[in-house]
Design a binder for this molecule. Structure first.
Ligand code: FES
Length: 158
């Protein structure tokens, strides 16, 4: 359930967007921040706020990799698996993280802290391999650096 304050703020953002669809990602991200993932309830609320049908919101949600339609951990680690990152060790980086976290790609740690997901190019190809957690991009990620990042992010999320 959204607070009246957040609902009002989101209505204002939608009103200032050129089209309702333009505001859709912003609204879905806010609802995701609120619920932890984009629940069915959040899809219905987004549809109501945006003047779209739930199916239209669903279509938009499934298009964006950073919108989660399933429960995720408190921190989602997106490991780029596009060409530059793949060529510079992205695959072994993913394998290292999976091993360290004790989960498969796509999985969530038992304590609900981390979800590990492959993703498309994050636009940081010059510093491949790259991963992203929240809004923070990390480039030139070695396995050692990945361990540091995960440790830091885990501490921050507690
Ligand atoms: S290929 Fe990984 S950031 Fe572009």
């Amino acid at each position: 359930m959204l607070s009246e304050e957040l609902r009002k703020e989101l209505r204002t953002r939608v009103a200032h967007a050129v089209t309702n669809r333009e505001a859709a990602v912003d609204v879905m991200k806010e609802l995701q921040r609120h619920y932890g993932w984009l629940t069915d309830e959040a899809v219905a609320e987004a549809a109501e706020l945006l003047g779209l049908t739930p199916l239209q919101v669903e279509e938009l949600a499934t298009f964006y990799e950073m919108i989660y339609r399933r429960p995720v951990g408190r921190r989602v680690i997106h490991v780029c698996d596009s060409i530059s990152c793949w060529a510079l060790g992205g695959e072994s980086l993913m394998a290292h993280l999976a091993r360290q976290l004790g989960i498969e790609p796509g999985g969530t740690t038992a304590d609900g802290m981390f979800t590990l997901l492959p993703c498309c190019c994050l636009g940081n190809c010059g510093d491949a391999p790259t991963l992203m957690i929240g809004d923070t991009l990390y480039g030139l990620v070695t396995p050692e650096k990945a361990d540091e990042i995960v440790g830091k992010e885990g501490t921050a999320a507690q």
